[in-house]
Design a protein around this ligand. Structure first.
Ligand code: TA6
Length: 272
């Protein structure tokens, strides 16, 4: 694995290269912004209107959601981790490792922890692992996700396989509960679902292209596309950007993780 420090839109980033593939990771949020295959094909969506000011969450790539998913708690929407400066801790095996630590002094979430984000890259494969360790003396609970924005040519021709038979909470319909009866998930309007019993590997299909998606440790899968109407109201997306991505998120939302003193949790999403 080769690592190079670079600046992207004025932000400190690392460019990682291995087996002809490359990834760009911003220290702001430890966010993977780009994942390019050896043939040059970019697999992640990054909004051209994304804000790179060091204070705003970056729209696209793989935002790290921790310690709160969405507005399920009293803290920052989707947690603070995507809006903090992480440290590059070095390379371990085929993984670049980033860390974020808390000492309990944060009023929003007064707990001592260390979070590690591991980014592994290989020919045609990206592996992202989030680990959380309770370094304090008292128990804490959190929710988390890897909010992966997968780039597509046109969402209208996209299907996700692997969720048939799963139950989901429909966040776009007031949190109502449903079962996925169709073999494929397709997109024709705002789609915002939390699947809580997804066990099969998933696949994102678009024409001749297929991306396999697996996860471990994370119990839920979130599928999100804003559709045209909501997209038009999101300042850091262009009006047509809803056609250009599908978020397939490895998530732990419905059942928060509880860690006692010294305990660890980890979850991984594998793409390729
Ligand atoms: O993961 C899906 C979701 O929670 C949606 O409800 C949607 O709002 C999206 O995340 C983006 O959230 P953000 O805070 O990044 O605008």
């Amino acid at each position: 694995m080769q690592i190079q420090s670079v600046s992207f839109r004025g932000m400190p980033c690392l460019r990682i290269a291995a087996d002809g593939a490359s990834a760009l990771v911003s220290l702001h949020g430890a966010q993977v912004l780009s994942w390019r295959l050896a043939d040059g094909r970019e697999r992640l969506f990054l909004s051209e209107r994304a804000v790179f000011d060091g204070n705003t969450a970056i729209r696209g790539g793989i935002p790290v959601i921790f310690p709160q998913f969405g507005e399920r708690g009293t803290g920052h929407r989707h947690g603070f981790a995507r809006n903090r400066a992480w440290m590059f801790a070095g390379v371990e095996g085929d993984e670049a490792v980033f860390t974020l630590a808390g000492d309990g002094s944060d009023a929003d979430w007064p707990h001592s922890f260390i979070a590690r984000l591991r980014v592994g890259l290989g020919a045609g494969r990206l592996r992202v692992t989030l680990e959380v360790e309770n370094t304090g003396a008292t128990l804490f609970a959190f929710t988390a996700a890897l909010h992966t924005y997968l780039r597509v040519d046109d969402i209208v021709g996209v299907a996700i396989e692997g969720l048939q038979g799963c139950d989901y909470e429909d966040s776009a319909a007031g949190g109502t509960l449903h079962r996925q009866h169709d073999y494929e998930v397709t997109f024709d309007s705002e789609t915002d679902r939390i699947y809580n019993d997804a066990v099969a590997p998933l696949a994102l299909l678009e024409g001749a292209h297929r991306l396999d998606i697996e996860q471990d440790g994370f119990g839920d899968v979130v599928v999100w596309n804003p559709g045209a109407h909501l997209c038009a109201r999101i300042a850091d997306l262009a009006p047509d950007d809803w056609k250009r991505f599908a978020c397939i998120e490895a998530a732990q939302v419905l059942q928060p993780v509880v860690l006692g003193a010294g305990e660890r949790w980890g979850g991984v999403q594998r793409l390729g």
